[in-house]
Design a protein around this ligand. Structure first.
Ligand code: SF4
Length: 534
């Protein structure tokens, strides 16, 4: 995929003109390159000398009710997905760039431009502006942001753990902590590690393909705490008996990609990775791989397909990746935030970690608040923190005295809550009781300026654009939903049929989550979305 991305750079030609040569150089048939080249957004989009990626993710959409996209197209004189008449500029829409706290956002080549003056920045009338992520701790003792907020030195745990040579103790502490995956599925980490069974050849993959629009927690960790992520990966490899770790970082995060690469290089130089880690007989090889733009490739089977150079489509399970994953090897896929929790757990003990949060959902979580909040930013909170505290006390409510119309939790397919439905704890179970999902815990506030029908259309646009296309219920159904929503079709038998097909016949959770997300939006807006109240 990286070879294809290199070939793509700087050419507005279609993949058919450059992808076959990449395959030939690798001794592969042309189809093996044409498939991925037509699939990944970065590879399929034409690239001119100047390539602008504008965010069409939910937080940027909510910031100006979606008006920034036509404004950018007008300013640059090029439609999204096209090249300007003079051939100099190409424009690509992205969901999302991780600047949800200061949107709308764009990357002008790799230079971020954000905020109300976005079009002026892209036109060169204003200096480019991309403030750092505001961060705060609500726990009194951060697990994830120790380096950023408390000045802790990285790499305090790994050298002594690998020297002690007790992987079973790492496994035991993580089991005692009750840590669950932070990527959305919430599977118990210790159970996943156990399922790989310390089989020789096991690989651990750090999933840095944070696709949920509204969340920038993984971006923050990879940019500001890359050593913590790597230390967590090293500990996970040790516990799983894996000699190889891979970190996939999405291409929409160029700074995170650079930081992770620098941190890996430094870790080799400091003896944390290599053929004989800290003079022990533990071997650990770690590499960083760049994604190429696919939401679904964040799902673990799709992520593995992507790392194998294939289209990033979900694969049927079983076999589960812990039995047969990357190149057929047992593979443990853990999200970046999950891995970043592990050093603290090993340093302080699993039981200490388990005392935080709730009995069923222990620990802390990074919650990301969008630009519409008075105090947007990433907050480390204990799981179980009441949602009203996060929205009102930490986030300060909405800026400019705006009223909250709906709150999106966990990405467009996570779900929406109305302002009268916020009285739940921030847990998977608490949000599920309101028909929403925790996902990556990105909270995107919609105010009254976003017309409810546009919010509905936004979900279908997202679904149609990001469906991987591997199964027809979702591939065709998401496009049909967008057609119906764009035409303003009121609820009725066709919507019902569509919802049933998506929920019952989609291959992966992406398609199955579309109907509940739409239902949650209808509930959140109530009578403000006429005809959809029930
Ligand atoms: Fe791909 Fe959608 Fe089918 Fe999932 S449900 S495999 S995203 S087409």
């Amino acid at each position: 995929i990286e070879s294809l991305a290199e070939a793509r750079a700087g050419t507005a030609d279609s993949p058919g003109t450059w992808a076959p040569a990449v395959a030939a150089a690798l001794g592969l048939p042309a189809a093996s390159a044409l498939g991925p080249a037509g699939y990944y957004a970065d590879l399929a989009a034409p690239h001119s000398r100047r390539h602008v990626r504008v965010c069409a993710g939910t937080a940027c959409f909510a910031a100006q009710a979606g008006r920034h996209l036509p404004d950018v197209e007008h300013e640059l004189g090029v439609a999204a997905g096209r090249v300007s008449p003079d051939g100099e500029t190409s424009l690509q829409t992205i969901r999302c760039l991780g600047y949800c706290y200061t949107g709308p956002a764009a990357l002008d080549d790799d230079t971020p431009c954000t905020g109300r003056t976005l079009t002026g920045q892209l036109a060169g009338r204003a200096p480019s502006r991309a403030p750092g992520i505001p961060v705060a701790d609500d726990t009194g003792d951060p697990v994830l942001l120790g380096t950023v907020l408390a000045g802790e030195r990285p790499w305090q745990v790994w050298p002594r753990t690998v020297t002690a040579g007790r992987p079973d103790e790492v496994q035991r502490e993580v089991a005692a902590s009750g840590l669950r995956g932070r990527g959305g599925a919430g599977f118990r980490v210790a159970s996943k590690w156990e399922a790989a069974g310390r089989t020789p050849g096991t690989v651990v993959v750090a999933n840095g393909d944070e696709g949920d629009p509204g969340s920038y927690a993984d971006r923050l960790l990879m940019e500001a705490e890359p050593e913590r992520v790597l230390e967590g990966l090293a500990l996970a490899c040790f516990a799983c008996g894996a000699g190889r770790g891979v970190i996939l970082v999405r291409s929409e995060y160029p700074l995170a990609l650079a930081r992770m690469r620098e941190a890996v290089q430094q870790a080799y130089a400091d003896g944390h990775f290599g053929p004989s880690v800290h003079a022990t007989d533990t071997r650990l090889d770690v590499e960083v791989v760049a994604g190429a733009g696919s939401y679904v490739a964040g799902e673990e089977t799709a992520l593995i397909a992507s790392l194998e150079g294939d289209r990033g489509c979900a694969r049927p399970r079983p076999p589960y990746p812990t039995r047969r994953g990357l190149w057929g090897a047992p593979t443990v896929v853990n999200n970046v935030e999950t891995l970043a929790s592990v050093p603290w757990i090993i340093a302080r003990g699993g039981e200490d970690y388990a005392r935080r949060g709730t009995p069923d959902e222990s620990g802390t979580k990074l919650v990301c608040l969008s630009e519409r909040f008075a105090r947007p930013g990433a907050y480390e909170v204990e799981l179980g923190t009441p949602l009203p505290r996060i929205v009102t006390e930490l986030g300060g409510g909405l800026q400019d005295g705006s009223e909250l119309a709906a709150l999106q939790v966990g990405g467009p397919l996570g779900g929406f809550l109305g302002p009268d439905a916020l009285d739940v704890p921030l847990t998977t179970a608490g949000l599920a009781s309101r028909g929403a999902a925790l996902g990556h815990a990105g909270l995107v506030a919609f105010d009254q300026r976003v017309p409810p029908r546009e919010a509905l259309r936004h979900i279908w646009q997202f679904a149609a654009a990001e469906s991987c296309g591997a199964c027809s219920p979702c591939r065709v159904g998401s496009r049909r939903g967008l057609e119906l929503a764009s035409a303003g079709t009121p609820p009725g038998p066709e919507w019902e049929r569509l919802g049933r097909v998506l929920a019952e016949a989609s291959l992966c959770a992406f398609g199955r989550r579309i109907p509940p997300a739409v239902r949650s939006l209808a509930r959140a807006y109530g009578e403000r979305l006429p005809g959809w109240e029930s």
